[in-house]
Write a protein that binds this ligand. Structure first.
Ligand code: FCB
Length: 567
């Protein structure tokens, strides 16, 4: 049978871009189900126990030679990183075994049997030493956004917003941020010394198109230089085309409330990809449409500071239309481009699992925040409470999906809270909380979100995951437990291709100013001095070993041994 041409614009003809509908029969009642214990026993037993084969103790590591770097340089004179284990190809198992095979007959090695065999095994039982390996081509990266790191982004709506009293905690402003516009390369060097091979950054629309229709070639040249710099360092760039900020001229025309913005965004994307397409083929159209609209149009703590559910939902729909327009624009210029967007997901669980009303509002929050966008992208229709009606143009506009995961919320029914869909957010009594009211420390949530996204049948990148932790007392544990959940997802063949930690260096955290510190490296924004936290060493160790090793658990969070390496 001849293959039918798909017309994505034809509302009568549902397309079959994904080959199947991954949401068909999707069980949205998942909140009601017991998930059971997800942690899996690593090996159950140690098949090498008692074998003195040298290479078994070393890391197996098959990353390309250019990525074997000297970690001791991560921040000269400031930090010492445990050098990565020597990367040597292990001999084939038979050779390895032959190499240590005793030259005396086996019976001569038998110890005199004075105890029962079971006692001998117990007495000798070593600590579990399993290593959690990641796929050889796995991407270890960090994520950033232009306005948070570049400094002096004076032509966008955030700059204007920051200047008004009461908008940013403690009256902070982005100022020089991390000074990336002048010298991002110094931090690229830090990333490369850590052994990272991926970096997500965004381009600032207001620099590239400071006035409507006028493009600034020198700004594009600066970005081109940055991307070249990354490639030369063996780091694959991912470029986000919209990360929360808008040129001031666009905001004055109504920003994403105005449907005209969709076309203007496509025009901007066209220009960017024409120029930067030489250096990049991995594009993230829009960062967190749900967060952007929730914080800017419902909570009102981001510009333009509105509080209207109606406008917030309209803005989400326009942003997603912008995503679809950008997807097509990019593919006309660069047919082999890989295009996706970064979706923020929060796990919403009912505060009281036995309360039908709590379960209902938790499900409603989940639909509004997590699911509606995914349904629109796969089924081509908006669902309440985000919208009603067709969205055919969104179908088939994902080559991959990005997950930004930080935390979970417990949701309780509260009839007085109309704006938040009749719900109040709480935390479990026994939950460990993140700094600054950022939510619960809940690693399993990463697994749960990956499990859900895997149903899309698309490659997944964890485009953000991190923790505000100035004194770095939770971050090593956060990293290890979240990466372990991601490892678990990969073992189940969920197609997780890479992980971008938020973030490398403390940066301007939007309405929280400089009060929340997400960096692996501490920054003093005044002096621009950088001091790596212990977590930077840990992340470097993991990226270089391409694995979570028992040594990294023991050195950075020994309290996790029982959980991650059960005996
Ligand atoms: C995400 C944003 C990112 C950063 C982190 C902490 O929601 O995408 O810019 O602020 O939170």
């Amino acid at each position: 049978m001849a293959k039918r041409e798909q017309n994505l614009d034809d509302a009568q003809e549902p397309d079959k871009m994904l080959g199947h509908d991954p949401f068909e029969g999707l069980d949205l009642e998942w909140l009601d189900r017991e998930e059971g214990e997800l942690s899996i026993e690593v090996l159950g037993h140690d098949p090498f126990a008692g074998m003195e084969v040298e290479w078994i103790g070393q890391e197996r590591h098959e990353r390309p030679p250019e990525l074997k770097r000297d970690v001791s340089e991560i921040a000269p004179a400031q930090i010492e990183i445990e050098p990565a284990p020597e990367i040597t190809e292990p001999p084939a198992p038979e050779q390895a075994i032959a190499a240590v095979a005793p030259s005396v007959p086996p019976q001569a090695l038998e110890p005199p049997r004075t105890e029962r065999p079971a006692d001998v095994v117990l007495a000798r039982k070593p600590l579990p030493e399993a290593t959690f390996h990641f796929p050889t081509d796995f991407k270890w990266g960090i994520a950033t956004a232009a306005h948070q790191v570049e400094g002096k982004n004076t032509h966008n709506d955030w700059w204007t917003w920051e200047q008004i009293d009461g908008h940013i905690k403690n009256g902070h402003t982005s100022g020089l941020a991390c000074d990336w516009w002048k010298n991002a390369e110094a931090d690229f060097d830090r990333a490369v010394r850590m052994g990272l091979n991926a970096l997500r950054l965004s381009v600032e629309w207001s620099r590239i198109e400071p006035r409507p229709g006028e493009f600034d070639d020198s700004a594009l040249e600066r970005y081109s230089h940055m991307l070249r710099g990354l490639r030369e360092r063996g780091i694959e760039p991912m470029v986000t085309l919209h990360h929360f900020t808008n040129p001031r001229w666009l905001a004055e025309e109504g920003g994403w409330e105005n449907p005209e913005t969709i076309k203007l965004f496509a025009r901007f994307v066209h220009r960017v990809v024409e120029v930067l397409g030489q250096q990049c083929d991995l594009w993230c159209t829009i960062n967190e449409p749900n967060v952007y609209s929730y914080l800017g149009y419902l909570e009102g703590i981001f510009p333009p500071g509105q509080s209207s559910l109606r406008t917030a939902t309209r803005v989400v729909r326009h942003l997603m239309a912008g995503h679809a327009a950008a997807y097509r624009e990019i593919h006309t210029i660069q047919p082999r481009a890989r295009v996706g967007f970064a979706h923020n997901m929060i796990v919403f669980d009912p505060a009281n699992a036995r309360s039908p009303m709590d379960r209902r509002v938790a499900r409603l929050a989940d639909r509004a925040y997590n699911q509606a966008i995914l349904t629109a992208l796969t089924k081509g229709r908006w669902t309440l409470p985000v919208g009603l009606g067709l969205a055919w143009k969104l179908r088939g506009t994902l080559d991959w999906i990005g997950l930004n995961y930080y935390t979970r919320d417990l949701v309780a029914f509260d009839p007085t809270q109309r704006q938040t869909l009749f719900s109040r957010r709480l935390h479990a009594d026994d939950a460990e909380l993140l700094d600054g009211g950022y939510g619960e420390f809940y690693p399993k949530g990463l697994f749960r979100c990956l499990q859900r996204l895997a149903r899309l049948g698309l490659p997944i990148y964890v485009t953000e995951n991190g923790i505000p932790d100035n004194d770095d007392d939770q971050r090593p544990r956060y990293l290890l437990t979240h990466l372990h959940q991601m490892w678990h997802a990969i073992q189940l063949c969920y197609p997780v291709m890479g992980y971008y930690h938020w973030t490398l260096v403390d940066n301007f955290e939007w309405a929280e100013g400089w009060t929340l510190r997400f960096g692996l490296i501490e920054l003093d924004p005044k002096s621009q001095a950088r001091t790596p936290r212990r977590s930077a060493e840990l992340y470097a160790n993991i990226a270089q070993a391409n694995a979570i090793t028992p040594q990294s658990i023991d050195s950075y969070a020994p309290e996790l041994r029982a959980e991650l390496l059960p005996e």
